[in-house]
Design a protein around this ligand. Sequence first.
Ligand code: ATP
Ligand code: MEV
Ligand code: MG
Length: 320
Amino acid sequence: MIAKASAPAKTILFGEHSVVYDEPAIAGAVNKRAYITIKESKSDKSIFRAPDIGFEAELLSKQKKYILTKGKPGIIRYILESLYRAHDHSPIDITLSSNVPIGSGLGSSAAVTVATLAALYRYHNIRFNKKSLAHDAHMVEQAVQGVASPLDTLVSTYGGLVYLSRNKKVEHFKVNFNAPLVVGFTTKHGNTGKMVKDVKNLKNRNPKIINPVITAMGNLTNYAKQAILKKDYNKVGELMNINHGFLDVIGVNTLELSRMVYNAREAGAIGSKTTGAGGGGSIIALCPGKVDEVANAIARDDSILKVRFTRRGVSSRVYK
Ligand SMILES: Nc1ncnc2c1ncn2[C@@H]1O[C@H](COP(=O)(O)OP(=O)(O)OP(=O)(O)O)[C@@H](O)[C@H]1O
Ligand SMILES: C[C@@](O)(CCO)CC(=O)[O-]
Ligand SMILES: [Mg+2]
């Protein structure tokens, strides 16, 4: 029997950092995916392979350990934690292939986790639905990372654009918001935990300045929700630019991120901003009619990916 599953990457459109202080956020699934295949092993060992990143390891799933044959560890921790929760330790071959850059702020860890759990549930004929899968995947991210927001695994499971309200209620946008986006990413990956802590310290030192900014970021996200519902791309772009300014105020932008953001705007993006925790990582640029111009401008110094929001969430099936 072969079980296959795939799940999309995500990008945060509005609300990173302010969401930590219970302000709303908007994130969406993009059309880059992680694909997992599980089949019985031909030997008595379980093997995990990810040829795209040159990774191979023997899995000792009972002990939550692995023996590295090729590549750099990291993403395998999400696979092991998923196996620990959903596998009976019989020998299997797991293959990951992915067109999501790993560790660049596009939620590769969540996409891999959601796809791995869905494939394992199929393989073992365990009943699941999107709600239980999103929950289980969040538990895996939390166990591996210590802390994790539920947003990445939620978006990766359901697909589409998601609005998280001030009281943590999840709303799925029904509207198709599929303007083209260019993601620009640097080789440096920001450390999310450190960035969140830096913002907290800045806020504690300057409460009268930073508290109203955090509130304004939340209000901005709510304006953005209305603009998305009306498919008003220009308004969304304007709000992305203001959001980038706020992220500058709270100190998470870097030379590379700002360079990409301004290169994108000069080349015709109607909005561009840092996405995710900052301190490295990625930017997104909204660029209807100007994708190639914007992509070329960013690619002069940094790496790019052309994406669109997609309604397609996790998908999985078995082949007997
Ligand atoms: N070449 C690689 N091979 C294997 N693992 C890697 C490689 N590069 C990064 N990793 C690991 O992949 C994981 C990526 O997860 P992480 O949550 O940091 O990034 P992300 O999910 O892509 O972005 P974000 O969560 O910020 O949206 C990390 O554990 C990292 O150590
Ligand atoms: C910076 C942050 O808001 C988003 C990181 O992708 C942190 C979080 O929500 O956990
Ligand atoms: Mg992640």
